[in-house]
Design a protein around this ligand. Structure first.
Ligand code: ATR
Length: 287
């Protein structure tokens, strides 16, 4: 594709941005679907984020993604947010709708889509979420929307787990929501009637690849599904333990790909085929 006078601009705002896969993913989609746009990484320092967001509007950007540490802060610079953003409090995708910035969260939908793509259904299932940060919140919200039976939350800082549980209970008054102490004994007891376990913490992420959020082998069983939001490495220690127990696993790259597909659809109206870029991403992640 040649850049010309009508080339549209998309991008990613974050800091730092060294290892992002988003430009690879979106530029591959744009080329495949023959769209005259480019997707650029914008590494913006915290003191310049406001000017950057305003400047992008002045440049008529079609939209952009937002990553760490701006997913919450960017909301203050938007004209409108979607319903899920009002609950989650974090935006990862912004659409420039004729000069009006609208914020969305595609991380949450991307997660459950990654499960469906692997043939895993969450409706009426019992879920254990490890962690209670921004990622946990988005995932939990989507799980409630998709009709899970029970959500248990366990976090190192228990007050955060309790806050998330309360928010979820306010959102869905009919669902069973529980907080679990973050210790092995409690986790082993809880996991007995759990179908899907999700690590939303950064434990196991490069360079700490030898760590798993739970080390005890009895935590891992072939009848459960184990998901990790970490994608570097692709197979975290957590997923390795699960695989060794014969369990089904879903890695963080799947979630990354599907959140990107939903963002791409918001900007272009085309829902792209995630398979187009999966191989490229795996190659880019090779050590
Ligand atoms: P994000 O928005 O990516 O979820 P975050 O809000 O900083 O990031 O949340 C990170 C999550 O990983 C939190 O649940 C954090 O636990 P705390 O609330 O106790 O900080 C969890 N986490 C990070 N490092 C951890 C570790 N070494 N052990 C257990 N939990 C950890």
């Amino acid at each position: 594709m040649e850049i010309n006078s009508s080339t549209g601009m998309l991008g990613l705002l974050g800091y730092p941005l060294k290892h992002t896969l988003s430009p690879l993913i979106h530029n591959s989609f744009l080329r495949h679907y023959g769209l005259n746009m480019v997707y650029l990484p914008f590494e913006v320092r915290p003191e310049e984020i406001k000017q950057a967001v305003e400047g992008l509007k002045a440049l008529s950007v079609r939209g952009f993604n937002v990553t760490i540490p701006y997913k919450e802060r960017v909301i203050g610079f938007l004209d409108e947010v979607s319903r899920e953003v009002s609950f989650i409090g974090a935006v990862n995708t912004v659409v420039n709708n004729k000069g009006k910035y609208v914020g969305y969260n595609t991380d949450s939908k991307g997660f459950t889509r990654a499960l469906t793509a692997r043939g895993i259904k969450v409706k009426n299932k019992n879920i254990l979420i490890l962690g209670a940060g921004g990622a946990a919140k988005g995932i939990a919200f989507q799980l409630v929307k998709e009709g899970v039976q029970k959500i248990c939350i366990s976090n190192r800082t228990s007050a955060r787990a309790e806050k998330l549980a309360k928010n979820l209970a306010d959102y869905s008054n009919s669902m069973y929501i529980d907080c679990i102490d973050f210790n092995e004994k409690e986790l082993l007891k809880t996991v007995e009637d759990i179908d899907v376990i999700i690590n939303t913490t950064s434990v196991g992420m490069h360079p700490h690849t030898k760590e798993a959020i739970v080390e005890n082998p009895y935590f891992y069983h072939k009848n459960r599904v184990y998901c990790d939001i970490v994608y570097n490495p692709l197979k975290t220690r957590f997923l390795e333990y699960a695989e060794n127990a014969g369990a089904k696993t879903v890695n963080g790259l799947d979630m990354l790909l599907y959140q990107a597909c939903y963002a791409f659809e918001l900007w272009t109206g085309i829902y792209p085929d995630a398979n187009l870029v999966e191989h490229k991403c795996k190659n880019a992640l090779k050590p």
